[in-house]
Write a protein that binds this ligand. Structure first.
Ligand SMILES: Nc1nc2c(ncn2[C@@H]2O[C@H](COP(=O)(O)OP(=O)(O)O)[C@@H](O)[C@H]2O)c(=O)[nH]1
Ligand SMILES: [Mg+2]
Length: 143
């Protein structure tokens, strides 16, 4: 038998809009249906300090404050998903940042729309690179 290929991990967050709308199961279902493994998962509240570190690259942008307010407005679900090329693969499952233009078939394209707020309420976060994934997994899971 051939050796399994080396696997990758990513941090996924179901944002407060996803939890409030009862879409946690739907979102995890799509991750698992694609073939990725849920390696760890927890419901939690993210405070300003954690979110400022998580979204540090966006500090100073006009949507930063609304983003931090939104992300701390209710519980979120943090997930470590695992699989070959899962970082790229989950970004593809999630769809474009703006849910209005996210392609149908994606999480954001199928399940989210413009809410007329100062921040895109787009249901999910996914790490965008191996470096971000390692940093974000450490932030949210301490490992
Ligand atoms: N209102 C607004 N919100 C944004 C904008 N860009 C990003 N956001 C929000 O900030 C989050 C982080 O932005 P980014 O890392 O660029 O997008 P992502 O990697 O697709 O989540 C997004 O998921 C949105 O919730 C923007 O131009 N306007
Ligand atoms: Mg991002």
């Amino acid at each position: 038998m051939s050796q399994p290929q080396s696997s990758e991990r990513t941090l996924i967050l179901v944002k407060p809009d996803g939890v409030a709308r009862g879409l946690v199961g739907e979102i995890i279902g799509r991750i698992e249906a694609k073939g990725y493994r849920v390696a760890d998962l927890k419901m939690m509240s993210a405070d300003r300090a954690l979110l400022t570190r998580h979204y540090g690259e966006h500090e100073g942008k006009p949507f930063f404050e609304p983003l931090v307010e939104f992300m701390s407005s209710g519980p979120i679900v943090a997930i470590i998903a695992e699989g070959n090329r899962v970082i790229e693969g989950f970004r593809s499952l999630a769809g474009a940042t703006d849910p209005t233009v996210a392609a149908p078939g994606t999480i954001r394209g199928d399940l989210a729309r413009d809410q007329g707020t100062k921040v895109q309420q787009n249901l999910v976060h996914g790490s965008d690179s191996p470096e971000s994934a390692a940093r974000e997994i450490a932030l949210f899971f301490g490992s």
